[in-house]
Design a protein around this ligand. Structure first.
Ligand SMILES: *Cc1c(COP(=O)(O)O)cnc(C)c1O
Length: 424
């Protein structure tokens, strides 16, 4: 039996523990809130509120339009892209932060079309991929005469044949937390002559990623999850340097050919000429305030560098998710839950999901009422994200303790917990 004391002992030996102070969690702590939803919206970094104040009052308020040059607003997207590159095994000048993950995926799919094997007809993805990825892919495929083929995870390999043009996958599944072996899957796709796009929405800042080593072609990802960039933070896009070189042709078009992706935006010429390198993936003016907030979030993950870096983050993430699953076995086995996240550590990201046959939403709501914030993903998944920068082992113990209480008391049956909000 694991005790709370065991968890407290683990916390006292945790090299990442000091990083919790980088986050504005005093409100949550005062209210006894345990936040296990950093996989959906990361916690506010303490530095972000200060930094946004500075950007608004100093750079915008006093600097006015001069700040595009004097405060470096115009290079912000690439500068933060360079910082983020270190977390995903990319080089400097290969990553841009911009737009949303959905929009960047559309750009990446279009880029993939330029480097895919001509004559191939299939865009392959997983039927369990995050819906926005599938929706973007569906329209993209229709526009370009490709067939969108949606397969189960176990069916991917069998579909890598001479019809496969593009394989587009999310590294860590948003519902189950299943994690693909990026290097092996990329190699198999390349052996079949397909281009690979990875969505790192649930990976960046959460699990070690090495895009270059994996030989991936393109990647996109999210700024507001484990990167703690704030609600609606800009997303990012990466292209392998060899593709960036190959794209340096006038006829290589980004479908969203906006002025800031132009080779010389301030020449104000009437015709589009793409910028070189990753800069061509930019469309319009960056949201400076949101981008500044994202930088504070990325900095929180980079701050782990002095405490063991991504290796320490991963170690703790595996330990937290392991602990959660063991405690579910120990405390909640009788309540009808099934753990859907892989037990093998190298097969999962930094979340743990449990399915409940009919009451997942109500249980999630009752648990939130007891101060444990996770979320619900239809039809039956209770999802818990573990952010090693601020989640403590004792938090995991308390969360499962309260879940056990919600189940034994039956309080989840209260009709008010069955009322579905817009965002689940
Ligand atoms: C969170 C998430 C997104 C979010 O896309 P937005 O365009 O930022 O809304 C996209 N894809 C995956 C796999 C996600 O998990």
């Amino acid at each position: 039996m694991i005790t709370r004391e065991d968890c407290i002992r683990q916390d006292s030996g945790d090299s990442l523990a000091p990083l919790r102070a980088l986050f504005a969690l005093e409100g949550a702590d005062a209210e006894g809130v345990i936040y296990l939803d950093g996989n959906s919206l990361g916690v506010l970094p303490r530095a972000a509120a200060r930094r946004i104040g500075e950007v608004v009052e100093g750079e915008w308020g006093r600097g006015l339009i001069r700040s595009w040059n004097t405060a470096g607003w115009i290079t912000l997207s690439q500068r933060i892209g360079d910082k983020l590159a270190a977390l995903i095994g990319a080089g400097s000048g290969e990553v841009m932060v911009a737009d949303s993950t959905s929009v960047n995926l559309f750009k990446a799919l279009n880029a993939a079309r330029f480097v895919m094997t001509p004559g191939r007809t299939r865009l392959i993805s997983e039927v369990t991929n995050f819906p926005t990825d599938l929706y973007i892919a569906e329209t993209f495929a229709r526009e370009h005469g490709l067939e969108l083929v949606l397969v189960e995870q176990s069916g991917i390999a069998a579909h890598l044949d001479d019809r496969a043009a593009i394989l587009m996958l999310t590294h860590v599944n948003y519902r189950t937390g299943f994690m693909h072996a990026m290097t092996e899957v990329t190699r198999a796709a390349h052996n079949a002559g397909a281009v690979v796009i990875w969505d790192l929405a649930h990976s960046a800042g959460a699990v070690p990623v090495n895009l270059r080593e994996a030989g991936a072609d393109f990647a996109v990802g999210c700024g507001y999850k484990y990167l703690n960039g704030g609600p609606g933070a800009p997303a990012f896009i990466w292209a392998h340097p060899s593709h960036l070189t190959a794209m340096d042709r006038e006829d290589w078009r980004q479908p969203l050919s906006g002025w800031l992706g132009h080779a010389a935006p301030f020449d104000f010429t009437p015709h589009y000429r793409p910028a070189r390198g990753i800069a061509r993936f930019i469309c319009g003016t960056p949201p400076v305030i949101a981008t500044a907030a994202l930088e504070c979030g990325v900095d929180t993950v980079l701050a782990a560098g002095a405490h063991g870096g991504m290796t320490a983050i991963r170690q703790k993430s595996v330990a937290l998710t392991d602990l959660f699953m063991q405690l579910i076995d120990q405390r909640c086995a009788a309540h009808g839950f099934t753990i859907v996240t892989p037990r093998e550590a190298d097969r999962r990201g930094s979340q743990a999901s449990i399915a409940h046959p009919h009451a997942g939403y109500a249980i999630t709501q009752a648990l939130i009422a007891r101060g444990v914030i996770g979320d619900f993903r239809a039809p039956d998944i209770l999802r818990f994200g573990f952010t090693p920068l601020y989640t403590r082992f004792a938090d995991v113990w308390d969360a499962v303790d309260r879940l056990a209480a919600v189940m034994t008391s039956g309080e989840w049956r209260d009709p008010r917990y069955a009322i579905r909000a817009t965002v689940t």
